[in-house]
Design a protein around this ligand. Structure first.
Ligand SMILES: C[S@@+](CC[C@H](N)C(=O)[O-])C[C@H]1O[C@@H](n2cnc3c(N)ncnc32)[C@H](O)[C@@H]1O
Length: 264
């Protein structure tokens, strides 16, 4: 196969976007709230000695935080983008974490884990990209040992029918491959897979305010640095995405949400 025949690597999160997201959300993070939000997702769970997987690990911030703070036996971060996995490996090596952390580039589809081999499947704001929530819930259930946990944050739809024009404008501005679903779809998918103790915690009230702070920082203290890193046009486009996102957060159509469920 010649170079020109080689398939283009999948890349939705390019260098400009990851630079901007990390400036807003912190090193290694492509979702809001940083390690505090990861801790909230995991609140009350004892992960000591457990085998975990981070689905859609992005730049590895959450994976590395869990490896450092939770004494897991192992955590495998998986993502579909080569450039992100490379960045994860660098982050883990800078953090001098090599033993209990591994990163894998995967193709979208079944998780790279044997049946009943994991104690926790964690995910932070990545399942939005996976359209079939029922298939995913079934696959997570398959990989977990009895007693294992699904603990995640994700961006959910606060509507069940058609999105409003404002929501459509936001989705288009993001330009990402979104598979938004409502909390009832997630709960039904987890329940149908066999999960019990399903818990759903709405983070919209927190993020409505946080997103304003992020947008104001982008327009203020972060502006000059971001402008030289990613250029004025890209930066202004992202500020516009935040403006549109704040509208749909206020309307309740975009609902960052924490999800928890246990395999009996
Ligand atoms: C919004 S980012 C969140 C990244 C990271 N969890 C964080 O909080 O910083 C979503 C991530 O999900 C990844 N992703 C999308 N579809 C995926 C799939 N089918 N399997 C694994 N990762 C996926 C994307 O490449 C991206 O890195």
């Amino acid at each position: 196969m010649t170079t020109s025949d080689a398939p283009e690597p999948h890349q939705e999160y390019d260098d400009d976007l990851t630079a901007l997201l990390q400036a807003v959300w912190g090193e290694g993070f492509m979702s809001p709230g940083g390690s505090d939000e990861v801790d909230r997702v995991l609140e009350g769970l004892d992960l000591t000695g457990l085998a975990a997987l981070d689905l859609g690990c992005g730049l590895g911030g959450a994976t590395v935080h869990i490896a450092r703070q939770y004494a897991v036996a192992s955590i495998v971060g998986i993502d579909i983008e080569d450039n992100l996995i490379e960045a994860c490996v660098e982050l883990a090596s800078r953090a001098e974490l090599a033993d209990n952390v591994q990163f894998l580039k995967v193709e979208p589809g079944p998780l790279p884990a044997a049946d009943a081999s994991l104690d926790m499947v964690f995910s932070k704001d990545a399942i939005i990209h996976i359209a079939d929530k029922h298939a995913l819930a079934g696959d997570i259930f398959r990989c977990l040992r009895p007693g294992g946990w699904f603990a995640a944050s994700d961006w959910l739809a606060g509507y069940t029918g058609a999105p409003s024009p404002e929501m459509e404008a936001y989705i288009e501005a993001e330009g990402l491959d979104f598979g938004l679903a409502s909390a009832s779809v997630y709960e039904a998918a987890l329940g149908a897979a066999g999960f019990v103790d399903i818990r759903v915690a709405d983070r919209n009230p927190w993020y409505r305010h946080e997103a304003r702070r992020e947008r104001d920082n982008m327009k203020g203290s972060l502006y000059a640095g971001l402008e030289s890193a990613v250029g004025t046009e890209f930066l202004e486009r992202q500020i516009d995405v935040w403006d549109k996102m704040i509208i749909v957060l206020d309307q309740g159509e975009l609902r960052p949400t924490h999800l928890r469920a246990r395999k009996p």
